[in-house]
Design a protein around this ligand. Structure first.
Ligand SMILES: *Cc1c(COP(=O)(O)O)cnc(C)c1O
Length: 515
């Protein structure tokens, strides 16, 4: 195993820095000019305050644009480059065939304000996808409004709030486990709830006795994912459901990563009342890079009236149509109808796989995770927290606490060193209940050979930690960017998010120097 991976290093300027006026010879508007559209009346319909003479867009030639973005892609890392085992994130490979389906003219050259009679096929896709998602999750109804997982959680929390308010109860508390994904407490808090954390027991699962003690008339519900973020199936789920329901609380299922259970068990059958899915994790849309995503929110029958629009319905007389939202609906949470093309990919994916294929995908993802864990288990310095014999689901967590003690090499050093071998770092320091956590989700799309290469590389890095720890502390050295200052790299004062901020900062720096 050699660290022969090299990332490109281009001294690539920003497009704004390459730009010059009149660089592009094409004029995209000429087509429209010849067609019968009335430019003047369109301009007239735009509010004066929003009209601009100059958009200040960089003008560059086609070859400059192509080179710019190809070079940037060579300095980047993606699933197309290699293994990307980011736990609790499902960075799996998404079949290109489904992208092609979503690029069909009939699906992309439409407008959300078009009359529904002209987009019957598109509505039918959403209608049928909803039925499939209901079958997969055991829910009765889905809304496609949420644009991401956290957005779905937020909608779900608003539904919990509304459910209790309609009964005349203003319940204030949502319970989340201490192993929860960070978005769970954040979404609940945004929806106006107080968060109470229930501890995990020594098996890494919800401490049911503690949960009982915490329950009361003020608790609106519990947010949970099963398997949990340790990768363990909460085997006391029936009891948990009974406890919450006995206080008329609701159970929210975080279904962002359905890889472990799709086609095998259903949140609805476990007793959950609300669930969101990340179509951009499990169902054939790449996750990350800023979207677009889709986090449809599904509920049991008794909560249907609270769902946000759009809801798609069908009748033989009307065909497919958008249902008028119920008066008790939480209302619109996004303009128009959600991210439609992401739904198209999910639909294509589900049709291609079928129920059996979906089940197989889940089985392989669980197998891959346990296979990799079995290799890591035997390595020096690796601790498997909680019962090491209990099978994991689609992901697992190990701890490098012992390695750190033995060698001074920490989890982040290991993660950085992996980059030098062409592997994306896994999720680290999460979940918070495991010290020096290293969280791996191999996914079902990774070949066995790649899993073996990963395990062998880790073994080599661990050996290096014991023999030459100073090497690891310097990693990565083969990337386009060497080790970054993690604090600075996350601080709004130091990261420059736009050209506008960039020029402002340069200017104020120059002014500072003049003085
Ligand atoms: C990714 C993820 C989320 C959030 O999804 P986004 O689309 O990133 O908002 C929520 N919960 C879990 C368990 C996740 O893995």
């Amino acid at each position: 195993m050699s660290e022969d991976y090299r990332q490109a290093r281009w001294p690539e300027p920003l497009l704004f820095e390459i730009a010059r006026s009149n660089a592009s010879k094409y004029k995209a508007v000429t087509w429209h000019d010849e067609m019968s559209y009335d430019r003047e009346s369109i301009i007239e319909s735009i509010p004066k305050s929003l009209l601009r003479e100059n958009l200040n867009l960089p003008e560059v030639s086609e070859i400059e644009v192509i080179r710019h973005f190809t070079r940037l892609s060579q300095m980047n890392y993606s699933v197309s480059t290699g293994f990307y085992p980011l736990g609790s994130c499902t960075m799996k490979y998404n079949p290109v065939g489904n992208e092609e389906v979503a690029m069909m003219d009939e699906l992309i050259n439409i407008h959300p304000l078009q009359d529904v009679s002209t987009v019957q096929g598109c509505l039918e896709i959403l209608y049928r996808l909803e039925k499939l998602l209901c079958t997969v999750t055991g829910m009765d109804r889905f809304s496609f409004a949420p644009a991401a997982g956290a957005h779905g959680e937020f909608a779900g929390c608003l539904i919990m709030r509304k459910y209790h308010l309609v009964k005349g109860e203003n319940r204030k508390v949502i319970i989340v486990p201490d192993s929860a994904h960070g978005t769970n407490p954040a979404s609940a808090s945004m929806a106006g709830f107080e968060i109470e954390e229930v501890q995990s027991d020594n098996k890494g699962m919800v401490n049911v006795e503690k949960l009982k003690e915490m329950m009361g008339e003020d608790v609106a519900g519990l947010m949970l994912t099963n398997p949990n973020t340790i990768g363990l199936f909460e085997n006391r789920i029936k009891e948990i459901v009974e406890i919450i329901h006995s206080y008329d609380g609701l159970l929210y299922y975080d279904g962002a990563n359905l890889n472990a259970i799709a086609g095998i068990v259903r949140p609805g059958d476990m007793g959950f009342d609300i669930v969101h899915l990340n179509l951009h994790k499990t169902f054939s849309t790449p996750h990350g890079g800023g979207g677009p995503g889709s986090g449809p929110i599904g509920v049991k029958k008794r909560l249907e009236k609270f769902l946000p629009p759009p809801l798609i319905a069908f009748s033989p007389e009307r065909g497919y149509y958008f249902e008028e939202p119920d008066k008790k609906s939480i209302g619109r949470i996004k303009a128009f109808h959600g991210n439609f093309l992401v739904c198209v990919k999910a639909y294509a994916y589900l049709l291609r796989l079928g129920w059996q294929g979906l089940r197989e995908a889940s089985e392989i993802s669980v197998l891959a995770s346990n296979y990799l864990l079995s290799k890591l288990k035997s390595m020096e310095g690796v601790i498997v927290p909680f019962d090491p014999e209990l099978p994991r689901k689609h992901e697992f967590v190990v701890s490098f606490k012992k390695l750190l003690k033995d060698t001074g090499v920490s989890t982040i050093d290991i993660a950085k060193r992996l980059l030098d071998y062409g592997f994306h770092a896994p999720t680290i320091y999460f979940p918070l209940i495991v010290e020096e956590a290293f969280m791996v989700e191999p996914t079902e799309t990774e070949p066995k050979r790649e899993l073996d290469r990963y395990a062998e590389t880790l073994r080599q890095i661990i050996k290096e930690a014991y023999t030459a720890p100073e090497n690891i502390k310097k990693a990565p050295t083969n990337m386009s960017v060497n080790r970054v200052d993690e604090v600075k790299a996350n601080h709004p004062r130091t990261i420059t998010l736009s050209w506008k901020i960039y020029t402002k900062r340069i200017k104020s720096k120059e002014e500072g120097e003049e003085k």
